[in-house]
Write a protein that binds this ligand. Structure first.
Ligand code: PMP
Length: 285
């Protein structure tokens, strides 16, 4: 079955779908995106993702291209047309098409919208989670506005490739003060030996992950102590457990950081429980 993409008002076969070469997303990475998990054919936590999308657009002064209800219809329709039951839906909005000039177009242009959906291999993801992943740490080199979910991801792309080149799955950025900020496409967490869960505050240095937000609610319900504070790679090496969160992988155990085994070198008990119970506080639509 060929895949279908929503592109600026039309559902197109992906082989024929394209965007204008003067799309500012293509030329300047002048746009934002969201990725939602699909489970049982439903979108997980769409209201939170769309709220973050609205915020990202607002911060970049890009207009919302259609009412939120219409965008929800497009997302559902794209998932339906691609018959995805487990996977991800990708949504991208750029400032639009205009003659190339760094400044915003003087005459307002319509933002460009693309939505795609694809299936992921559930079994394979479960197997990865059962093994756990390796992480490397690298110096933070991104702009300070990482709170905006912009398609400008070059440092993240290079970081992920560096992880792959080193036999790891994810790279954690470490800021000038020696603290972990987040992963190239995930938020970073550790569990201390006395069972406290630690992650950096969303106030600076990270994207406010939707998975992160849902997990904080689960932690409260399970009466597991959460500390929102920075931590160093050295503290992470000594942690009992570590994990990353992202919509496409929910809670993913980390078993190695910079080649050092974390805890027993296998996915931790708290991490595993959080993964199993993760969707208790998710919204399905
Ligand atoms: N940080 C970065 C840099 C990311 O790319 C992602 C995944 N999009 C996250 C954190 C996690 O965000 P979420 O839980 O909303 O997927």
């Amino acid at each position: 079955m060929s895949r279908i993409a929503y592109v600026n008002g039309q559902y197109r076969d992906m082989r024929d779908a394209g965007v204008n070469i003067e799309d500012r997303g293509y030329q300047f990475s002048d746009g934002v995106y969201e990725v939602c998990e699909i489970r049982g054919g439903k979108i997980v936590d769409m209201p939170r993702h769309l709220a973050r999308l609205q915020r990202s657009l607002h911060e970049l002064r890009i207009a919302m291209p259609m009412p939120q209800a219409a965008l929800e219809v497009v997302i559902h329709e794209t998932v339906r047309r691609n018959r995805v039951t487990y996977g991800i839906v990708y949504l991208q909005i750029t400032r639009g098409v205009a003659r190339r000039d760094h400044a915003f177009p003087t005459k307002p242009v319509k933002p460009a919208v693309v939505v795609t959906a694809r299936g992921l291999n559930y079994q394979k993801n479960q197997e990865t989670a059962a093994r756990g992943i390796g992480v490397i740490t690298i110096p933070e080199n991104r702009w300070p506005r990482v709170d905006i979910k912009s398609v400008s991801l070059l440092p993240n792309v290079l970081a992920k490739q560096q992880a792959r080149d080193n036999g790891a799955y994810e790279a954690w950025f470490v800021d000038g003060e020696g603290h972990v900020t987040e992963g190239s496409s995930s938020n970073a967490w550790i569990v201390t030996k006395d069972g406290r869960v630690v992650t950096r505050s969303a106030e600076s240095g990270i994207l406010a992950g939707v998975t992160r937000a849902v997990l904080t609610e689960l932690l409260a319900a399970l009466q597991i102590r959460l500390e929102e504070r920075p931590f160093t790679p050295a503290e992470a090496y000594e942690a009992a457990e570590a994990f990353v969160t992202a919509s496409s992988q929910i809670v993913m155990p980390v078993v190695r950081i910079d080649g050092r085994p974390i805890g027993t070198g296998t996915p931790g008990a708290i991490t595993t429980r959080l993964r199993e119970e993760f969707h208790r506080f998710s919204n399905f639509s």
